[in-house]
Design a protein. Structure first.
Length: 299
DNA sequence: CAATTTACCTGGGTGC
DNA sequence: TGCACCCAGGTAAATT
């Protein structure tokens, strides 16, 4: 499922259940994720507080650190005892890195909810248990200690492109980064080294909206066309996040936040009429992945 | 170097 | 009902 919008909706869904809570227990039922879940992870996390739930690309980053000694309300504490205790700004112990792969999803469950077949990982903090379900196990559960540097230096994060929903993502950047590249624009979007978070669905959708043929070499796409594309990528991702966010209050109850989809213009519509011009949508394969486009609208 | 292929896994759908 | 086969939203690692 998860492209950037699904991961972001998941982040928003789990954050209020975890932030500020101290980790009581961690259970690893299956170490065989994409990489082995670190042995001793439970011991590492035990007693740490989840300070924040962040995201970089499709990676979730739970910043964990020593708990704040006194548990007075933050505002009052900041006035009087700023330097006395390790506050939220104190150095973190590290980051729990989570990736959902192709089939991963996270839910919040209460105590005594029996784990299902593919529920490989639990993290209990306060009354909430964060539970990872991932049938295909392409996802990841990793630990990056603060002693190894900031999380952006982690090997999996170091080479990532810009966040598409920040001002750093511009047509000029996309244009410069793709000069000389012969790979198709669709595959360049997917690669993640220029911009992160655009997966197979939203690559097809944003190219449709920008009326760009997905097979065009990235290095031959003009600045003017990237100026069309960038706002469409932003829009399609933002719409998907909004749609997911609208079901967010169900996150705790049914745990299936992230299972939402826009009404696609191109994706998964092979042989169906284009919603703009009625020409039949085509499916092609690029880099072993399906691409959908309208041969009339996209040139 | 960049581009392409392979590999990691399970499950659902299709056609015989 | 069984079985072989194809396909699936990600992406690092190996190969060309």
């Amino acid at each position: 499922m998860p492209e950037l919008p699904e991961v972001e909706v998941t982040r928003r869904g789990i954050a209020p259940h975890l932030e500020g809570r101290t980790i009581a227990n961690t259970v690893v039922r299956h170490h065989g994720m994409r990489w082995p879940v670190p042995a001793g992870l439970a011991r590492t996390l035990q007693g740490l507080t989840v300070r924040s739930v962040g995201r970089r690309g499709k990676y979730l980053l739970l910043e964990c650190g020593a708990p704040v000694a006194a548990s007075k309300p933050k505002a009052a504490k900041a006035q009087t005892a700023q330097a006395a205790e390790p506050g939220p700004d104190a150095a973190p112990a590290g980051w729990l890195i989570l990736h959902l792969g192709m089939t991963g999803s996270l839910t919040i469950v209460g105590p005594d909810v029996a784990p299902g077949k593919h529920e490989h990982f639990d993290l209990t903090a306060g009354p909430a248990t964060l539970r990872l379900n991932d049938p295909r196990r392409f996802g990841a559960v990793l630990w990056h200690a603060a002693s190894e540097g900031p999380p952006e230096q982690h090997p999996l994060l170091a080479g990532l492109g810009v966040e598409p929903l920040t001002p750093a993502f511009t047509a000029e950047l996309l244009f410069k980064a793709t000069r000389g590249r012969k790979v198709s624009i669709k595959q360049a979007l997917l690669a993640g080294d220029v911009v992160v978070g655009v997966g197979n669905i939203y690559a097809s959708e944003s190219l449709f909206r920008a009326r760009i043929r997905p097979t065009t070499a990235a290095g031959r796409v003009s600045l003017a066309r990237y100026q069309q594309l960038v706002p469409q990528i932003r829009a399609v991702l933002a719409e998907a996040i909004d749609k997911g966010g609208s079901t967010l209050r169900d996150f705790h109850a049914n745990g299936q936040a992230g299972y939402f989809q826009l009404d696609y213009f191109a994706y998964d519509r092979e042989g169906e009429p284009c919603k703009v011009c009625r020409t039949l949508i085509r499916r092609i394969v690029q880099g072993q992945r399906s691409t959908f486009y309208c041969p009339a609208c996209q040139r």
